[in-house]
Design a protein around this ligand. Structure first.
Ligand code: TXA
Ligand code: MG
Length: 329
């Protein structure tokens, strides 16, 4: 029997979630990207419970989720015009904006930085809970630190049963990959992409009318999360281009390695002894099934996952970022 209740996202569950959160509890909630592990973002003791439940390093700051731009204004020192333009274009949605933080934001949320990451989730359940609570929710992805992010309520249960107060089941998440993180805290001239995500960089650049700098030492300095181990299943992950997938999997199997394949449909023809997951729906479909696929293959007991690489365009950029980190172990 699970120790943490898992309830479908009916109105009574939303009311229960809000009351647990108002009392300083931690609740896993669905968003359009991945499941988040939420607590009252202005209550340092509640936020500390998120870090404890996940085993998250204290130097990795959390995103504050809010119901709209007005609520974002209350937690940022300032919302510059560029941030306002991006918020107008993409909120609610999978874009997180890093701004200078207001004094109400607890140190623990920002891990001591002078900035705060903010996003308005595009999910009716997340928004309903935010509105019922009337306060920002700190919420990292609801996985044990280092594991693949959860895209279904069952993934949260597998990682965090007995460590959190409630799991709100809103079904599989729409994007399957986390939000894109852009840092606008250093002034209008210096937007910096800190994390590729569900909102493609091309969409951001089109909205801004110019290219955005990405990654490098500057991003590493500004985004502590980039330094930590991430997205790793228990099996070792190997990245292979589509043409070579079948041959590589068969060679590993012939050498006695228990191997599974994560690919885009149609699946390469392989013997039934090699578990093969093939995501339908193009790059979006692959993104949606990526983390779930890594978890499923782990459960099947494979020692090696051969995963198909994708072109680095649109959401393919985020897919390749996550796959590379998964492969780093
Ligand atoms: O889609 C998402 O973003 C999901 C859902 C639940 O909203 N959340 C999520 O949170 O992925 P998390 O904690 O797993 O990833 C947040 C990322 C981390 O890389 C963290 O380092 C970065 O955002 N971050 C948070 N606050 C920051 C800040 N003030 N400055 C720079 N980076 C920050
Ligand atoms: Mg995470």
């Amino acid at each position: 029997m699970p120790k943490t209740p898992l309830r479908s996202a009916e109105p009574a569950t939303i009311a229960l979630a809000a009351s647990i959160l108002a009392d300083g509890g931690v609740v896993a909630i669905p968003t359009e990207t991945v499941y988040g592990l939420a607590a009252d973002g202005l209550d340092p003791r509640a936020v500390a419970r998120i870090f404890a439940a996940k085993g998250r390093p204290a130097d990795n700051p959390l995103i504050l989720h809010v119901a709209g731009l007005a609520e974002a204004e209350a937690i940022a020192a300032e919302v510059p015009p560029l941030a306002r333009a991006l918020a107008d274009a993409f909120w609610p949605g999978p874009l997180t904006i890093v701004l200078k933080r207001a004094a109400v934001v607890p140190e623990i949320v920002s891990a001591g930085l002078d900035t705060v990451a903010i996003r308005v989730p595009a999910h009716p359940v997340a928004l309903a809970i935010l509105r019922a609570l009337g306060r920002p929710l700190a919420a990292p992805s609801a996985n044990r630190s280092g594991r693949p992010s959860p895209t279904r309520a069952e993934h949260v249960l597998a990682d965090l049963d007995g460590r959190i107060d409630l799991i709100v089941d809103g079904g599989p998440t729409a994007h399957g990959i986390e939000s894109t993180v852009i840092d606008l805290s250093q002034g209008e001239g210096a937007p910096l992409l800190l994390r590729q995500g569900a909102l493609p960089r091309e969409a951001l650049e089109a909205a801004l009318g110019r290219p955005i700098a990405e990654g490098g030492a500057e991003a590493a300095a500004r985004s502590p999360g980039l330094r930590h181990r991430h997205y790793a299943p228990r099996a070792r992950v190997e990245l292979v281009a589509r043409e070579g997938l079948g041959a590589r999997a068969e060679a590993l199997a012939a050498a006695g390695v228990r191997v599974g394949v994560l690919a885009r449909a149609p699946a390469p023809p392989l013997p039934p002894a090699i578990p093969t997951l093939a995501a339908e729906g193009g790059l979006e479909g692959y993104a949606r099934e990526l983390f779930a696929g890594l978890r499923t293959l782990d459960e099947l007991g494979v020692a090696r996952i051969v995963a198909e690489t994708t072109p680095e365009v649109g959401i393919g950029r985020a897919i390749m970022d996550r796959l590379r980190r998964a492969a780093e172990g």
